[in-house]
Structures are given as structure tokens and as C-alpha cells.
Design a protein around this ligand. Structure first.
Ligand code: SF4
Length: 389
């Protein structure tokens, strides 16, 4: 079997070249051809020695993922569905804005976390993507869009968010080399501040990411107290809010940004009441650091829910989202409301891929476990210390 060179960061590719009896600097040339020029054909790589190209033909290949579908929204958002084999598919979304182009990438086929409001979570977990399958999404999108926009040597994707299907920190070993290739100046040359890993709260891996490859961190919070979060994000039972916030605090020592982004999906009648906003304020402003400081630097991103039938949940009315945002902002917390993009093509994240493979047993299990909490008991968070003025 030959190696897919998309599976390597630069260090991994250098080791591969050494195994072929080549100097490490050959890896830099190869890496640039693959990631900066989008080349997959070794014969196209004109500055590589013929002898190396011959070795590569016998030992390696550069293979992206087959595209099952590509849908484009009226607002310019593009959603690709990639085939990852055995009936599994993953979604990748490009979101163009005036000052940036953001690519939302998947890290797993399905997801084991099972968040109540997430279409991917309702499908269950199939498998981890390889580094090559994670990078193939960026590799394809970047070079496809360059050709399409006639910008052959100009970068189109300026930001990457690991917010597609899957929990990236539960696929850590494949994720980190992919992140390194994104950041590498010989690869995509993205700034650490513009690559974001979004996690539902895998605490030990947040710590490891801070050591191994600190990029911007977004935490899917979605609830202001453990009772509610246990229901919405089942991983909370393993890593409750106090542990999660402590991990965020530790991460800030390494992070390229001096705040953590908290994602908060607004669910009608579930987590969108003024009391929930007040609890959130108390949670983050009252967070006490190990060294005695008080208050966790953070930003909130409120996300209008994309309803899908199996969830039994509804999107919060726009007025309530605005009121919720105002409560957080008035407490001095930077708060944004995510613009809904690609509504006409996307439906809920993961829904297109779910249509490819309906793991019926998982869907039935989720339906049995579903808890629709209109006004759940919401005991106050255990940390109630006053925030710093
Ligand atoms: S929100 Fe993220 S972590 Fe939760 S089920 Fe969906 S993909 Fe998994």
C-alpha cells in the first residue's frame, strides 16, 4: 500500500522522505507543491529530481476525497458533501465574507458526544477521520475556489474552524498534524488566531492542545449550569462546568487570543430565558482562578438553532435572542449573534450527511433518550462569587 501524502504534516513528510533515502529539504518542496499549489501529480512537480519522482510513484500518492454533492446558497455559502467510504459522508462549508473566507471542517464521520440539538449527534459515531481526510477538505476547497475565482496564487480561505461534524478533541492524534499543516508557512500559512478548534469540553485534551498546538479555542457551552448541560451536552457528566472552566483558564496561558469563545445555541424555552443569561454571567464573571483572580475573559457567540425534526427543539425567537444578548453585553461580556448563513442549502449541520446513512438504531435510541425540557430545574451554579468590578 502506498502512503497518502495528505496524511503528513511537514515533519511527518520529512521523515517519509528520509525513509526514501532523500534529504529532509525535499519534503519542503513536496509540501509546497501539494498544499500551496494543489498538485497531486508528481510529474507536475518540476523542481523535484526525476529520481525522487520515480520513488514517489512507487511509494506514495496524493488523494483527496470524492465529492458527493456541492450546494451553493444565494448568499455565497457553499456546502460540500465528501464521501469517506462505507456509506459515510462528511460535510464541509465555505462561508465568504467581505474581509475573510472561512472554512468549517469535519473531524469525524458522525459523533459520539450526542448533543441533543445536533443533527450529527443524532446519527451516532461511525469513525475518526484520518489527518489526510481532515486536510483533504481544506486542500480541495482552497484549490477548487482559487481556480473558480481565477486567483491561482492568492489564498481564498483565511480562517478555518473545526466546527463541522465530530468532536475534534476526540480525534486528537489525527487533528494535531492537520492543524500543523494549516499553520505551516510551507503549507497554508494560516495564523493561529484564525484557526479555531471547537470542543464540547474534552478537558484533558484541551490541556494537551494548549501544549502541542495552541490555536483559538471555542467551547460549546449551551447551558449555564450542570443540570441543564448534562441533558444538552452529555459529555458534561464526565467533565462538569467547574472542570471545563478551569481547563479554559489553563488554556489561556497558551492561547493566541486572550479570551475563550463560548458558543451558545439558543433553544426556545430551554436555555434562552433571562435567568439563564444571569446564571451565565455569574458563571464566567464569578470564575475564580487558581491564583485568586476572578472572572474568565470570554466572548459569547449566540447561535440561532437550525431545527431538524428528530430534535424536538425549536429556534428561539429573534427578539428573545436579542434580549439575551443585551443582558450579557450589559454585564460587560462581548456578545455576538451568529448570522444565519446558507439557510437555503444547509438545514442543520450534519443533516445532509445523515441523509446518506441513516443509522436507524441510533436514531431510535436518541428518540427514546430525548428530553424536551421546556422549563427545566436550573439550580444556580456552585460558583457564586461576585465578579470583579
Ligand atoms: S455539537 Fe459537536 S460535539 Fe455535539 S454532537 Fe454535534 S458534532 Fe458532536
Amino acid at each position: 500500500m502506498t502512503a497518502n501524502l495528505l496524511d503528513f504534516d511537514l515533519e511527518g513528510l520529512a521523515a517519509f522522505c528520509e525513509r526514501l533515502g532523500e534529504k529532509r529539504f525535499r519534503a519542503t518542496q513536496l509540501f509546497r507543491w501539494i498544499h500551496q499549489k494543489g498538485a497531486a501529480d508528481f510529474d507536475q512537480m518540476s523542481d523535484l529530481a526525476k529520481s525522487l519522482r520515480a520513488k514517489l510513484h512507487g511509494s506514495a500518492h496524493v488523494s483527496g476525497l470524492p465529492v458527493l454533492s456541492c450546494t451553493e446558497s444565494a448568499d455565497g455559502t457553499i456546502k460540500w458533501l465528501f464521501d469517506v467510504g462505507h456509506g459515510d459522508a462528511v460535510e464541509t462549508v465555505f462561508i465568504p465574507e467581505d474581509d475573510r473566507g472561512t472554512l468549517c471542517i469535519s473531524s469525524q464521520a458522525g459523533c459520539a458526544v450526542g448533543c441533543r440539538f445536533c443533527s450529527t449527534g443524532h446519527q451516532g459515531f461511525s469513525r475518526n477521520l484520518s489527518t489526510g481526510e481532515i486536510l483533504a477538505q481544506l486542500w480541495y476547497a482552497e484549490h477548487h475556489l482559487r481556480k473558480r475565482l481565477g486567483k491561482v496564487d492568492e489564498r481564498v480561505i483565511s480562517n478555518v474552524v473545526m466546527m463541522g461534524m465530530g468532536e475534534p478533541l476526540q480525534n486528537y492524534n489525527a487533528l494535531v498534524p492537520a492543524l500543523r499543516a494549516m499553520l505551516d508557512d510551507h503549507g497554508y500559512g494560516l495564523s493561529r488566531r484564525r484557526v479555531t478548534v471547537s470542543t464540547s469540553g474534552v478537558v484533558p485534551m484541551i490541556d494537551r492542545l494548549g501544549q502541542d498546538c495552541p490555536v483559538a479555542l471555542a467551547v460549546s457551552l449551551h447551558a449555564p449550569n450542570d443540570a441543564l448541560r448534562d441533558h444538552l451536552v452529555p459529555l458534561n457528566r464526565k467533565y462538569p462546568l467547574a472542570e471545563l472552566l478551569a481547563a479554559c483558564e489553563r488554556y489561556l496561558a497558551h492561547a493566541p487570543r486572550d479570551f475563550i469563545t463560548f458558543e451558545y445555541c439558543m433553544l426556545d424555552g430551554v436555555n434562552d430565558q433571562p435567568e439563564h443569561a444571569r446564571q451565565l454571567i455569574e458563571l464566567v464573571r464569578g470564575h475564580r482562578w487558581a491564583d485568586g483572580r476572578v472572572g474568565l475573559p470570554c466572548k459569547f457567540n449566540l447561535i440561532p438553532f437550525n431545527p431538524f425534526p428528530e430534535s424536538g427543539l425549536m429556534r428561539s425567537p429573534a427578539g428573545r435572542v436579542s434580549e439575551f444578548a443585551a443582558l450579557l453585553s450589559d454585564a460587560g461580556i462581548v456578545t455576538t449573534v451568529r448570522k444565519t448563513r446558507g439557510d437555503d442549502i444547509a438545514a442543520a449541520c450534519g443533516q445532509l450527511a445523515g441523509d446518506v446513512k441513516d443509522r436507524t438504531q441510533v436514531v431510535e435510541r436518541m428518540a427514546r433518550r430525548r428530553v424536551v425540557m421546556i422549563h427545566p430545574e436550573t439550580p444556580p451554579p456552585s460558583r457564586t462569587k461576585k465578579a470583579e468590578a
